[in-house]
Write a protein that binds this ligand. Structure first.
Ligand SMILES: [Zn+2]
Length: 76
């Protein structure tokens, strides 16, 4: 599949790390997607979008509590 963002790269199946945000919490998720070899733009299937949406919902409601891999800091 030709990338519609940079119009030069070719998107191919690859594991892509994406991020779900819930307030100050960020959930890193690795999913299979079509990723552009040139610009890195990722194209998710409808099924993957649903999967991410479900994860966001469960994560927001604390139905799933994945292990923490880092912290978010802020200076105000
Ligand atoms: Zn591209």
């Amino acid at each position: 599949m030709k990338c519609v963002i940079c119009k030069s790269g070719e998107a191919a199946q690859a594991p892509v790390q994406t991020e779900i945000k819930a307030c100050y919490d960020h959930l890193m998720v690795t999913v299979q997607a079509e990723a552009c070899a040139e610009c890195g733009e990722a194209y998710y299937s409808a099924e993957t979008m649903r999967h991410l949406e479900r994860l966001r919902e469960e994560f927001t409601r604390k139905k799933i509590v994945p292990p923490s891999v880092g912290k978010v800091y802020q200076i105000s």
